[in-house]
Design a binder for this molecule. Sequence first.
Ligand code: HEC
Ligand code: HEC
Length: 206
Amino acid sequence: MFELRRDRDPFCAALPIVVTVLVAFLAPVEVSLAGDLRSPGEISGENKTERSRALFEEAGKVLLHPRCINCHPSGDQPLQGEDGHLHQPRVERGAGGHGRVGMLCSTCHRSENFDPGRVPGAPSWHLAPASMSWEGKSLAEICEGLKDRERNGDRSLAEIVRHMEEDALVGWAWNPGAVREPAPGTQEGFGRLIRAWADTGAVCPE
Ligand code: HEC
Ligand code: HEC
């Protein structure tokens, strides 16, 4: 009896068609988003050195994105928004980048985004140290800094690659909350570019 009624209900009858059409429309959208960042296989160069450079330049679409730069500022204050304006309210790096007592980052930033208040969040939200400042730097300068153990938190190249692939603050850039533009591509795609760059000699742009 119920089955019969269901069959006659035009909405239920049409559901499989609606779903098929939706999937057909959404699939290309997903592809084009991932396509914002080329994969290592799509990047060539005259030789290994040139290819390594080209791989880093492609990864630079992420590194120079406001979602990364806002936490890697040149001064002692984080930045906000697509235009990288100074954080409102004014907060300072404080001890270890966690803010000053009374204005700790964790007072407002939790381990997840809080969209109703526009507050971004990820585990252990804090500011990158001054030695890792990227704001206003060229891609070549950022690249040299990344490889310099004096400035990069004493990380080996392999550790830098893993940081890019796995770190939660890095990953937040692709899940920045409803009001912000995510970094291009995906963290996996970005990680593959950085890994391929390291494998081809980690050559920096000139
Ligand atoms: C919420 C703030 C925050 C965001 C957003 C953020 N970072 Fe960081 N980043 C940090 C902090 C803090 C450190 C220092 C961590 C440490 O040394 O243990 C750091 C360190 C790093 C390092 C270590 C080496 C170095 O020289 O910088 C890399 C690489 C890095 N971040 C990449 C990125 C990338 C890529 C993005 C964007 C996709 C990003 N970060 C976004 C806070 C952030
Ligand atoms: C009084 C609350 C408060 C404190 C304390 C605070 N923030 Fe924020 N922060 C916010 C709010 C709210 C936003 C979102 C602003 C918006 O987009 O409208 C924000 C946004 C940001 C962004 C921008 C993300 C982006 O890409 O647009 C960064 C980076 C950031 N905060 C880092 C920090 C750091 C690092 C600290 C500690 C040194 C800190 N904040 C302390 C409230 C706070």
